[in-house]
Write a protein that binds this ligand. Structure first.
Ligand SMILES: C[S@@+](CC[C@H](N)C(=O)[O-])C[C@H]1O[C@@H](n2cnc3c(N)ncnc32)[C@H](O)[C@@H]1O
Length: 465
């Protein structure tokens, strides 16, 4: 096993980069910051540190009011965050080992003994006075909730009764959720296969009921076994997808709307579905699964290569070429087809052939404030003005894509944010300016919980003007 001191040194460096504005996934992939052999350990430690950074920073301010040099500060805060983190965060060392290893990491970093002695003295004082110090810092909301103060204030304004539950859910470890491919198997059959492998589900019944899906296909696992070890992964019997995110394709291509689309296809129209912000393709493949299922059910199965494109076409847009590769990988595992275009969805004239779409999914870029469990760096990377700026971009995207939707077609706008500026506000503004848009029932805001991420969706139908 690699020495903890090496991992602590690299974690402190990685977290310092996050605080300077780089995303953790980007930093972890950067070999000049984190060596590949340290990556897995540093990722686990960084997650725990970022989830406890508010508390760690407040403790450091109390213990050492004069800010130490940045590398020393980062290492000290890293060690403090791990000392206060929940025992289930992967730690397999005692507090004293952690302190000794942090001191070793400081020695490795600097030739003089000043920093290591300072870290040693500060951390040992923390261990001695822990209770009193913790009492004192809990007066500070950033320390108590481990989110920036502006984030806490904004949530409190928008969700006066639920803000604390949202912040608490953001501190949880995310669950592993699967979307069963109902074009290949049934929910019951797949659940039985999981049971044979002794894979336990978290309140499966309530998950399905909660999601209000037409046909629930979401399962939340109790643990996180390696995904490829689960039944028929290579054959595409399931995909990894959060349960709230699964609501997007289920609501856009609801059973009722699919019946209308199949009827239209029977009249000789090819059904056209657009996924405007598609990478890595989680929702593109779900849209295709629902189409396959509906056509098969109507006795118009799409099985062979030639039949693809006979009844429907799915177009997936993505502005980022690197991310677009992931769409191809996902399509290939599931043996599905879609037309993938690397374009900016807003410039409709650049990619649209003028043939209107029956259904459009806009899973828009956002602050990701709903997926803080999975990306604990997000809260420290965002700024207060970001949600408004993203909301304006989302409205622009919504208006641009609206032109490509046919009369009586449907568009689902979605974000993985819990802030109103990237949800209800965009919906309201859009309805104000778009006289031929009618809001249909949809789930709306999904607050993050132990079972799913935070998410927002709004469904529109194009009506005569
Ligand atoms: C929320 S993610 C989409 C997740 C995806 N729908 C899924 O379920 O797997 C948003 C995606 O939109 C892409 N994007 C951002 N701006 C875009 C634009 N103007 N045109 C097309 N794609 C864009 C981002 O690169 C990102 O991959």
């Amino acid at each position: 096993m690699l020495a903890l001191s090496l991992q602590l040194g690299a974690t402190a460096k990685a977290v310092a980069f996050v605080m300077a504005g780089r995303s953790l996934s980007d930093v972890l992939q950067d070999g000049s910051v984190v060596k590949p052999d340290l990556r897995a350990g540093v990722q686990a430690l960084s997650f725990a540190v970022l989830r406890n950074w508010g508390m760690a920073r407040a403790l450091r301010e109390l213990l050492a009011p004069r800010e130490p040099m940045p590398p020393v500060d980062a290492l000290l805060c890293t060690a403090l965050a791990l000392l206060v983190s929940e025992p289930d965060s992967g730690a397999s060392y005692t507090d004293f080992t952690l302190v000794n290893q942090a001191v070793d990491a400081a020695k490795a970093h600097s030739k003089t003994r000043t920093s290591s002695s300072f870290i040693n003295a500060t951390l040992r004082r923390f261990l001695r006075e822990r209770e009193a110090l913790m009492q004192q810092v809990l007066q500070n909301e950033e320390a108590q909730y481990n989110h920036p103060q502006w984030w806490i204030d904004q949530l409190r304004r928008e969700q006066p009764h639920k803000w604390q539950a949202i912040l608490a859910a953001n501190q949880m470890k995310p669950s592993l959720s699967l979307r069963v491919n109902l074009a290949k198997t049934t929910l019951v059959a797949f659940t039985e296969l999981l049971a044979e492998q002794a894979v336990a589900l978290q309140g499966a019944e309530s998950t399905l009921a909660q999601t209000k899906l037409d046909k629930g296909c979401g399962l939340v696992l109790q643990d996180a076994p390696p995904v490829p070890s689960l039944p028929h992964y290579a054959e595409g019997w399931f995909s990894v997808q959060d349960v709230a995110a699964q609501g997007a394709a289920n609501q856009l291509l609801s059973d009722e709307f699919l019946l209308a689309l199949v009827a239209r296809a029977k009249q000789g129209h090819k059904i056209r579905v657009l996924d405007a912000c598609a990478a890595p393709g989680g929702k593109t493949t779900h849209l295709i699964e629902r189409l396959l299922q509906a056509f098969a059910h109507a006795g118009m199965p799409v099985l062979s290569g030639e039949d693809w494109g006979k009844h429907f076409e799915v177009i997936a847009l993505e502005v980022d070429a690197k991310r677009a590769k992931r769409i191809h990988e996902n399509l290939s595992r599931l043996k599905q087809r879609a037309t993938v275009k690397i374009v900016d969805a807003v410039n409709v004239a650049n990619w649209w052939d003028g043939v209107p779409f029956d259904a459009v999914l806009l899973d828009a870029p956002c602050t990701a404030s709903g997926i803080v469990r999975r990306h604990p760096d997000v809260r420290w990377l965002r700024r207060e003005s970001d949600a408004d700026a993203m909301g304006q971009l989302q409205l622009l995207m919504l208006q641009s894509l609206w032109a490509a939707l046919r009369l009586h077609g449907r568009l689902l706008y979605a974000t993985c944010s819990v802030f109103e500026a990237e949800g209800a506000v965009v919906k309201q503004r859009f309805l104000q300016v778009q006289s031929n848009a009618k809001a249909l029932d949809s789930h709306g805001l999904w607050l993050p919980s132990s079972q799913h991420d935070g998410f927002y969706d709004a469904l529109f139908e194009k009506t005569p003007a």
